[in-house]
Design a protein around this ligand. Structure first.
Ligand SMILES: [Zn+2]
Ligand SMILES: [Zn+2]
Length: 235
């Protein structure tokens, strides 16, 4: 799914967009880096207090700068969480494990096959992605702790059968993967897509509060209220 890139606010390191979310409980930072043929977004979320961080997705040429940033900040990255197994979201997984040999790569079981046999079902990729298996599976309702941050895994199949989105209720942030974009939704015409499941998954996203910040797998950030009002695919 091709996405639209927008110039990120508050440039910090080249190619990195910074966004801070503070709450009474913890202080979270989200950094975004966009890369690869499909302009796919990687996110680094960190609990500044504990110095624990996690990567969400690993598009091509996005992970190295985020690792550099984490090292600069003194953060550890014990987890790479994959929203789904499409090539544009997993390309840099080995860049992560080369730097963090004990780091764990998690994905939903139904999308692990695409991690084990990486590539595009539509065309020949101009580069190779190393095959690998998951270290553990993401399941619906799992709460992944990153320091004091709590990422709830929400099973959102449709675009891909094992698609997972992550909701941080305390920070009101929804890491949407290829479920929901600003003004659009993930495509459902791929060989393993399911348009009916997609409707049900979008309904889960639309059950979140309006002020929830949406950080999608492609394109700029948005929020649930804006999409509820104006996204033509949700009416
Ligand atoms: Zn994608
Ligand atoms: Zn995808």
């Amino acid at each position: 799914m091709l996405g639209v890139s927008s110039p990120p606010a508050g440039r910090y390191l080249p190619g990195l967009a910074k966004m801070e979310h503070s709450s009474k409980v913890v202080s979270m930072e989200i950094h975004q880096n966009t890369g690869g043929l499909a302009a796919t977004n990687a996110y680094l979320i960190a609990d500044e207090t504990s110095g624990q961080a996690a990567l969400i997705d690993a598009p091509q040429n996005t992970v190295q700068p985020l690792i550099k940033l984490a090292r600069h900040k003194g953060w550890d990255i014990p987890l790479l969480l994959l929203t789904h197994g499409h090539w544009d979201h997993i390309s840099d997984h080995k860049v992560y494990t080369d730097h963090y040999p004990n780091g764990k790569v998690l994905i939903h079981q139904l999308d692990e096959a695409k991690l084990q046999h990486p590539g595009s079902q539509m065309f020949q990729l101009p580069y190779q992605i190393e095959p690998r298996s998951a270290d553990a599976y993401l399941r619906d309702g799992d709460v992944i702790e990153v320091g004091t941050l709590k990422l709830k895994a929400i099973f959102t199949p449709g675009h891909a059968p094992g698609h997972i989105a992550f909701y941080l209720a305390d920070q009101q942030v929804f890491l949407a993967g290829d479920l929901l974009f600003a003004g659009s939704i993930g495509r459902t015409d791929l060989p393993d897509s399911d348009p009916i499941a997609m409707r049900q998954s979008l309904a889960k996203a639309m059950a979140l509060p309006n002020q929830t910040s949406v950080r999608p797998g492609h394109g700029p950030a948005t929020d649930i209220g804006t999409e509820r009002r104006s996204n033509p695919f949700l009416s």
